[in-house]
Ligand binder design. Sequence first.
Ligand code: AMP
Length: 208
Amino acid sequence: MKSVIVLLGPPGSGKGTQGEKLSEELGYTRLSTGDMLREAVRNGTELGMKAKSYMDSGALVPNDLIIGLMKEKIAQAKGGVILDGFPRTVEQADALAQQLDVDLALNLDVDDDELINRLTKRRSCPQCNAVYHLIYNPPKAEGVCDKCGGALYQRDDDKEETVMNRLKVYRENTMPLIDYYEKKGTLVTIKGVGSIDDIFKQVEKAVQ
Ligand code: AMP
């Protein structure tokens, strides 16, 4: 079984949803840089204050902030880890490679039109980080998280103008990681369309 798993793929490709299911099934720690940063912003920490303006515009937070944060979190994690949203640049991938070997880089491939549809209709829970889609995966009660009862909201960076920038940033900075992990022989690409459960079956196969 692969024990260090990197989830690659553009924003809205399902990294959070699939990563969450996988971490429940395998008992691995899921480390999501996006969730950590949003929590830091909500709590008004130094990291949050530094990260906020980058996140609001859909830009990447500087490498040094992210690399320092993840180094510590990875060192604290016990057992297998699922990295969701990290690395997002070659510099981050090199820093990760110095700390541990990645067993699997799972790339979720989804077309831009579908990503825009998913992101602009996504609703998130600020308490437990669960995500919903207004049409494909709505909560049982409108505006309320099924898992924890939190009040769902639309992330500022899921509004259309910012989504377009996030996709551009993904293409320029993160897409090169597909080649990076291909060359290391750890890349598996899955078409990230269809039902959540059907995609998950392919994810399960890839981790074995
Ligand atoms: P996400 O929830 O993964 O879509 O991340 C939301 C935002 O957090 C991104 O648009 C970036 O501004 C920031 N972010 C998350 N992960 C990283 C990372 N590995 N490197 C730089 N910025 C990041």
